[in-house]
Design a protein. Structure first.
Length: 221
């Protein structure tokens, strides 16, 4: 695969960084989880509410997280804390990379592949996250830069403008946010299917792997 692509772009949160664990810990540490609500329940609420907040209008992701947290707490029947939900965006720099992230990215970069990020986040929050990543990304496209959130195509159009006609693979965990729009635009993709999900639509990735180690194995083979 190394000979097929000049650049690989990645979604960040969920693909490189464990946002699921980070969100659960943020809610637990803030003491706002209602009795009987499990970690799975927290994540299900987040998956239900965040896309609604993103779809209302463009807001900075810090605000998306804050509003999402408020609505999640209210739906759980809890009391919104004095910080109004700011505990969630403040937790982003503590969300850890997956154990395989740095090793896999280093292997791919060492194979001569350029690396980039297309992320639904603000520049400042991403910058704080990237302090935990061992490689540099030569292309970074954020929601703040394009004023939209994936699965909107804006990230991909901005990346294509910068990538030009170089051979490009986009790698991501989210079928909805990344694999579907990449398929719609004819961009080759790798589904890093960490959750062992089944496709929920007709879109298909060019390749599917269970984690970044699996992707690196194909890149450097």
């Amino acid at each position: 695969m190394a000979a097929q692509y000049d650049i690989i772009t990645f979604d960040c949160y969920g693909t490189l960084v464990d946002w699921r664990g980070g969100i659960v810990r943020a809610f637990e540490q803030a003491g706002v989880v209602s009795p009987g609500v499990t970690p799975e329940g927290i994540l299900a609420l987040h998956a239900e509410i965040e896309p609604v907040v993103q779809g209302e209008r463009y807001r900075p992701y810090r605000d998306v997280l804050r509003i999402t947290a408020q609505r999640m707490i209210e739906k759980m029947g809890g009391q919104v804390p004095p910080d109004g939900g700011d505990f969630l965006p403040k937790s982003v720099p503590t969300w850890p990379p997956f154990p395989d992230t740095n090793t896999a990215l280093t292997r791919m970069r060492s194979a001569g592949v350029e690396l980039g990020i297309l992320s639904n986040i603000d520049d400042e929050l991403l910058e704080q996250t990237l302090r935990q990543i061992d490689v540099d990304f030569t292309l970074v496209v954020t929601a703040q830069q394009v004023g939209a959130y994936k699965p909107n195509h804006a990230h991909f159009h901005a990346a294509r403008d910068r990538i030009g006609d170089r051979r490009w693979l986009h790698a991501a965990q989210s079928y909805f946010h990344d694999i579907v729009p990449a398929h719609e635009l004819g961009i080759p993709s790798a589904w890093v299917n960490r959750l062992a999900e089944a496709p929920s639509g007709e879109a298909r990735a060019r390749t599917e792997v269970p984690d970044l180690t699996g992707l690196a194995d194909r890149i450097v083979a």
